[in-house]
Ligand binder design. Structure first.
Ligand code: ASP
Ligand code: MG
Length: 413
């Protein structure tokens, strides 16, 4: 017998038929003798609609009230799911965040889970009752409802799994796992059987939008194995057909490169003729941080004359105008020329095996060179190499790299 947390995302609970189908999967896990807790999202589209309602009244709404509104979607599906499970002759009850309770920070709209007191829920699980928890929500010390940021139900599920010391957290979604790259671009993309937390973190933050990044961070920290699987297949979590995100030590076959990811949401800023004196980087990136702009890749050149140099960095596309505005107001940069470029894309190759294998970068650069693709910026971490290229070459680059690292499946997916 195992204790498992099952999470159903918005498309998996999009209508009554799908809720009943999910309940059927829950019933099959119960029949195997497992103790089951369930976390649900709102029906797909509902959270957007609720957020639109707030915006329609005023775009400068009270974030605490916004949370009261948008958290309601999950309340509906939690109750409906409990009813659907009961219909199958299994005991179930719904739980809202405050009933557990799930204690959150007071950053309304993107609160963090601080503590889960799982004792009450554990007593119910021990009585063969399925617990159905509304995802995405918790309660603050001031007794207000808070939500965890978009996609936050993943984090609720992992946090609950950690609090319950569950054996596994199954995330049911509309794809059947994590792929070596976007299957819409590469038909021969393969489903990854096992991937480490570290790799998944890189892929999640690189825009492989399967799991909320924060949920992977939490799984890593608390060592909760996550399985990503489709709610539209006949299989259930215990069949272990999805992608397992787990500790590196539990992965026997380590790929040098496990995935090729891309991110179209960045823009590049280049500052030309920046004085080459101590403190300039702080002068540039300090104000950007103060404006809440997340800088990603940063490259600074050695100056050839010892007087001026160039700095290139990337920011989210949506923040580009704010970022350039912010830089233009910095005194020390008055003589610098600020150039920006939105027509770029970041391509990254990720793999835990890079730590012990040389030559991964060489393959990447040679492959892009062979296709005549110019690399504008390069950044690396222990398990990732990222480059910025012209967005025109996105598909060509992803396909070529997928082949170059031997990731293509025998036949098209
Ligand atoms: N319903 C919320 C959202 O759409 C939370 C979630 O589904 O994870 O962002
Ligand atoms: Mg999601």
């Amino acid at each position: 017998m195992a204790r498992i947390v099952l999470k159903f995302g918005g498309t998996s609970v999009a209508d009554m038929g799908r809720i009943e189908r999910a309940a059927g999967k829950i019933a099959r896990e119960v029949a195997l003798g497992h103790e089951v807790a369930v976390v649900v999202s709102a029906m797909s589209g509902v959270t957007n609609q609720l957020a639109d309602h707030c915006n329609a009244i005023t775009p400068i709404y009270d974030a605490r009230e916004y949370d009261t509104v948008v958290s309601s979607g999950e309340q509906v599906t939690a109750g409906l799911m409990a009813i659907a499970i009961q219909k199958l002759g299994i005991e179930a009850r719904s739980w809202l965040g405050w009933q557990v309770p799930i204690l959150c920070s007071e950053v309304h709209g993107k609160a963090r889970i601080e503590d889960i007191d799982s004792s009450k829920m554990l007593r119910h699980l021990g009585r063969d009752q399925v617990a159905v928890l509304a995802g995405f929500q918790g309660i603050t010390e001031r007794n207000r409802i808070a939500t965890l940021g978009r996609g936050g139900s993943d984090t609720t599920a992992v946090a609950l799994a950690a609090a319950l010391e569950a054996d596994r957290c199954d995330i049911y979604t509309d794809v059947d796992g994590v792929y070596t790259t976007d299957p819409r671009i590469v038909k021969r993309a393969k489903k990854i059987k096992k991937i480490s937390y570290e790799e998944m973190l890189e892929l999640a933050s690189l825009g492989a939008k399967v799991l909320q990044t924060r949920s992977v961070e939490m799984a890593y920290k608390r060592d909760v194995p996550i399985q990503v699987l489709s709610s539209f297949d006949d299989a259930i979590g215990s069949d272990l057909v999805g992608t397992l995100v787990t500790r590196e030590e539990d992965i026997m076959e380590k790929q040098v490169v496990n995935g090729v990811a891309y991110d179209k949401n960045e823009a590049k800023i280049t500052l030309i003729n920046v004085p080459d004196i101590p403190g300039v980087a702080a002068e540039v990136f300090g104000p950007l941080t103060d404006c809440d702009i997340n800088v990603d890749m940063i490259v600074q050149n050695v100056s050839s004359d010892g007087k001026v140099t160039n700095i290139t960095f990337t920011v989210p596309k949506e923040d580009l105008d704010r970022a350039t505005e912010c830089i233009k107001n910095i005194d020390k940069l008055k003589g610098a020329d600020v150039r920006s470029d939105k027509d770029i894309v970041k391509i990254s190759v990720v793999g835990i095996g890079m730590i012990s294998h040389a030559g991964v970068a060489k393959v990447m650069f040679q492959t892009l060179a062979d296709k005549g693709i110019n690399i504008q910026v390069i950044a690396t971490s222990e398990i990732k190499i990222s480059v910025i290229i012209d967005k025109e070459y996105l598909e060509l680059a992803v396909r070529a790299l997928h082949t170059a690292y031997g990731l293509d499946a025998e036949s098209a997916a």
